[in-house]
Ligand binder design. Structure first.
Ligand code: SF4
Ligand code: SF4
Ligand code: FES
Length: 276
């Protein structure tokens, strides 16, 4: 595309969590090597719509700018992906008329393209996706992890909790709720967390549970992770549609993780029944 040309952006706007959604159109100067974040920065520098009306700058989230943090995930031309690695030249090849930006649909919108992914982080808490330490004193060398185990674990460790997999998952539904009159922020938070606990964990959390269950130290909390995956919103809620694995930007073998989690929970349930 020649320099001096302009790019048209169609952006979904929402002034706050409870506000209605509306569209605004912007035209920005084309520059070589732009990505969607630099296009949004051009809008922020001159927040005037295509018909010359001044507006508020578009809000979005980002951090690493190199597809590591997952914060900039949004729908770009209807496809869930990271805005920082969505290159404008490629997008214009696919759809020359405009670039369409919308927030993910499975999370509450904070403002414009910025969503609240707290539910995903809560799913990680539900499955204890970490290695517990008994203290910060020098406990000596940890157990060795074989190269084979490392090879299995590394792809799973690349998850950035971006949300693409749950956005594409038919079993992961948006929870619609808002703060009731007279409800304190703390009460609302507790009600939200209770609602999260009933809903599907999602592929990312299941895959992280598998990752930590295969680690020699993480394995010590395997029972709690398996219990969480067997509870409400656990592994049996997965319909095996495999949409998740198709959209994961880190190419994490999510369906393999789901199959491993399914086997681990079945074995665990059998053992639990035999040892009653
Ligand atoms: S599993 Fe993939 S798509 Fe899902 S949150 Fe992790 S990196 Fe994103
Ligand atoms: S395989 Fe399971 S987690 Fe993945 S998209 Fe399908 S239902 Fe969702
Ligand atoms: S800004 Fe971190 S993934 Fe895009």
């Amino acid at each position: 595309m020649a320099e001096g040309r302009t790019i048209r952006l169609r952006i979904a706007r929402q002034d706050g969590p409870e506000s209605p959604r509306y569209w605004q159109y912007f035209e920005i100067p084309y520059q070589p090597q732009m990505n969607v974040i630099s296009a949004l920065q051009a809008v922020a520098a001159h927040p005037v719509t295509i018909d010359g009306r001044e507006t508020t700058p578009v809000v979005w989230d980002c951090n690493c700018l190199e597809e590591v943090c997952g914060a900039c995930t949004m729908l770009v031309n209807g496809r869930v992906r990271q805005a920082c690695t969505a290159l404008v030249d490629r997008l214009l090849e696919e759809q020359p008329s405009e670039i369409v930006l919308e927030p993910m649909t499975k999370f509450p919108v904070v403002r414009d393209l910025f969503v609240d992914r707290a539910r995903m982080f809560h799913s990680l808490k539900r499955v204890r996706a970490w290695i517990a330490v008994a203290g910060y004193h020098d406990a000596g060398e940890g157990p060795r992890v074989s190269p084979e185990e490392q090879e299995q674990a590394y792809p799973l460790s690349r998850c950035m909790t971006c949300g693409c997999c749950v956005e594409a998952c038919p079993q992961f539904s948006k929870i619609e709720m808002s703060r009731d009159a007279g409800e304190s922020p703390e009460q609302y938070e507790a009600r939200k967390v209770a609602a999260y606990d009933e809903e599907f964990l999602g592929a990312a959390a299941i895959s992280q549970a598998v990752l930590f269950n295969t680690h020699p130290t993480g394995r010590l909390a395997a029972r709690e992770r398996l219990e969480a995956m067997m509870g409400p919103g656990g592994i049996t809620d997965c319909g095996n549609a495999q949409n998740c694995v198709k959209v994961c930007p880190k190419e994490i073998p999510l369906t393999r993780s789901i199959a491993v989690a399914g086997r681990q929970t079945t074995l665990y349930a059998l053992k639990r029944w035999l040892l009653r």
